[in-house]
Design a protein around this ligand. Structure first.
Ligand SMILES: CC(C)(COP(=O)(O)OP(=O)(O)OC[C@H]1O[C@@H](n2cnc3c(N)ncnc32)[C@H](O)[C@@H]1OP(=O)(O)O)[C@@H](O)C(=O)NCCC(=O)NCCS
Length: 214
């Protein structure tokens, strides 16, 4: 399908080491094969009796893609990026605006294949979607959350200037979640561009309910 029909697929982000392209249906197979076993799944995701854990996670990954694009609206959107380093698939980075037109706040989630972790790539891919959010999408804030012992996820957030806000308890598991937030002024004030290059956003702005700046 051409980007003239669904311009969101024309968005392209680059960092020093990474290339982020919006996920396509044709990539679901290779992504499912790469999906690590330790990626937290949405506790509200369907559990299919008769599918083992791995098959269930793969099905949920595919449904997450279709749901994101199928239910897209400027009030509640979710944008999945496939992340590659020197042509190799290394992970997935999501950017979401679940109540976008009322609070201009983005959330994010991500995973890397185990061999790609701990080398600063998690930070680069989050910085890439923050550059999109605070840049052409003109977000006011970014939030994130992770279980309190997920040091690498919280490490990414803290390294990019997010501050702790509050904690909550996950109903299904009893685990404690740490919530963090990064305001626009802090992102802009930090002067951190992280060398991110954002391309191809202008044709997609109407899908985010954002007017182009002349
Ligand atoms: C979360 C994840 C994407 C982070 O990516 P990563 O490449 O491992 O993290 P980075 O190397 O970019 O580290 C980013 C920062 O966190 C810090 N950090 C990373 N791992 C850490 C750890 N175990 N303890 C403390 N700090 C840590 C780094 O020092 C770095 O901070 P700095 O720039 O100030 O040095 C990756 O680890 C992952 O895929 N984890 C499994 C899936 C997951 O938990 N996803 C998040 C929940 S949605």
């Amino acid at each position: 399908m051409g980007t003239d029909v669904w311009p969101v697929h024309g968005i392209h982000l680059r960092t020093a080491d990474l290339d982020l392209q919006v996920m396509t249906e044709g990539e679901l197979g290779v992504l499912a094969a790469a999906l690590p076993d330790d990626v937290e799944m949405n506790p509200h995701a369907t559990r299919y009796a008769g599918l083992d854990d791995r098959a269930n996670r793969r099905a949920v990954l595919a449904q997450g893609y279709w749901r994101a694009l199928g239910l897209w609206s400027p009030d509640d959107w979710a944008l999945p990026f496939v992340v590659r380093s020197r042509g190799e698939l290394v992970g997935v980075q999501w950017l979401e605006g679940p109540d976008w037109r009322s609070d201009r706040t983005v959330d994010s989630s991500s995973w890397l294949v185990t061999s790609a972790r701990g080398r600063g790539l998690g930070k680069q891919m989050r910085a890439a979607v923050l550059a999109l959010a605070f840049g052409p999408l003109r977000a006011e804030a970014a939030v994130s959350s992770a279980v309190v012992d997920n040091a690498s996820s919280l490490g990414v957030s803290r390294a990019l200037g997010y501050r702790d806000t509050h904690r909550s308890v996950l109903e299904h598991s009893g685990e404690t979640l740490q919530h963090v937030r990064l305001d626009r002024a802090r992102w802009i004030g930090s002067g951190q561009s992280h060398g991110v290059v954002v391309d191809g956003v202008a044709p997609a702005l109407p899908l985010f309910g954002v007017e182009a700046v002349a």
